[in-house]
Write a protein that binds this ligand. Structure first.
Ligand SMILES: C[S@@+](CC[C@H](N)C(=O)[O-])C[C@H]1O[C@@H](n2cnc3c(N)ncnc32)[C@H](O)[C@@H]1O
Length: 328
């Protein structure tokens, strides 16, 4: 008998106490590209590019699921004249942080698991950025006499009927992005006429485990998502995040992704100095360190060291896909 289990992350997120540290441990693309930068073709932040690509109607009602620190929302809202923006997150800490950052009657906040939340509200746009991999994944999916724990049976059998409903071949899927499919079903029901859904996530043909601080995620099979979206009656547009954002080949430094630089980052953090966790060019890192009192006697050698550790940002963004559901 094949052992099947459900990968979940809700408890991890519900227990995050330091939201900034929570996002630093994951370093999402929207976080490292939250400000104008030399890595996107237009040099604009992620949210600005998204707002300009989505053809958002006037005075839209927008829902963002799993907004984290609201990095995407900040630049996206900057492109809109009037709007209503609802943040929904499973973590009360993230929502408390967002409440202090986004003030005004145009913002609403909901704490809860999107897959279980009940609301009759309808939206023009639903955004879900780097969250799908956190939703439940059935690991080792099979139709043949699986070994499933009592607690997980209901989820497993629901996943089986979902896979059958959407004509997915279990032999092809191995690990099943059950939560991501449920997300699309639910989001589809929460759209106003003509509404859209935007999702973006780390993608691969077979969902594979990624170990992240304190939890595991599973990459998303976008072929499965595309098929489900079409069965739900949507036209779809999809592609790589590199193309959507126009990411160039420039090398970037992100402190948390390099052990040596993480030590430096943590050194400052212990003194109460939080270096902005974004994608930096090498010269920017040197300027930043000098601004914070670090003396760099052999600047050329240090720049060489940084150069050795820098990587093109597109090496990461090439692994991410987006999907837009468009009403027919
Ligand atoms: C990897 S972070 C992404 C944050 C943000 N979207 C970004 O791109 O920086 C995942 C976020 O989704 C939230 N989340 C995870 N599971 C969720 C669920 N089932 N319902 C609502 N929010 C969820 C987490 O609390 C966290 O804010």
């Amino acid at each position: 008998m094949k052992k099947v289990f459900v990968n979940r992350t809700e408890n991890y997120y519900k227990n995050i106490r330091d939201v900034r540290e929570g996002i630093e441990n994951e370093l999402t693309i929207s976080h490292v590209l939250k400000s104008p930068n030399p890595f996107t073709r237009t040099r604009l932040p992620y949210g600005t590019i998204l707002a300009r690509s989505l053809d958002i109607p006037k005075n839209p009602r927008i829902l963002e699921v799993g907004p984290g620190l609201g990095d995407l929302a900040e630049s996206l809202c900057g492109e809109l004249e009037s709007f209503h923006y609802t943040f929904m997150d499973v973590s009360s800490e993230f929502i408390n942080y967002l409440k202090s950052k986004f003030r005004g009657s145009e913002f609403s906040f909901i704490i809860g698991d999107f897959l279980n939340i009940k609301t009759r509200e309808k939206f023009d746009l639903i955004i879900c950025n780097e969250v799908l991999a956190d939703l439940p994944t059935i690991v080792g999916m099979t139709f043949e006499s699986p070994q499933v724990s009592e607690d997980e049976k209901e989820t497993y059998y629901d996943a089986v009927s979902l896979a059958k409903l959407y004509g997915l071949k279990i032999s092809d899927i191995i690990n099943f992005n059950y939560g991501a499919v449920k997300f699309l079903e639910k989001a589809a029901n929460m759209l106003k006429e003509g509404g859209k859904v935007f999702v973006c996530e780390h993608s691969s043909k077979t969902p594979r485990r990624i170990r992240v601080y304190g939890h595991s995620e599973y990459t998303i099979n976008f072929d499965v998502l595309g098929k489900v979206a079409e069965r739900l009656g949507f036209r779809t547009k999809r592609g790589s995040l590199t193309r959507l954002l126009g990411i160039n080949n420039k090398k970037a430094i992100i402190f948390y992704t390099q052990p040596e630089l993480k030590v430096l980052y943590n050194f400052f953090k212990r003194q109460g100095i939080f270096l902005d966790q974004k994608a930096y060019e090498i010269k920017e890192v040197i300027e930043l360190l000098e601004k914070n009192g670090v003396q760099i006697p052999r600047k050329k050698d240090y720049a060489g060291f940084l150069e050795k550790h820098a990587k093109p940002l597109r090496k990461i963004t090439d692994q991410f896909n987006y999907l837009i559901l468009l009403s027919k």
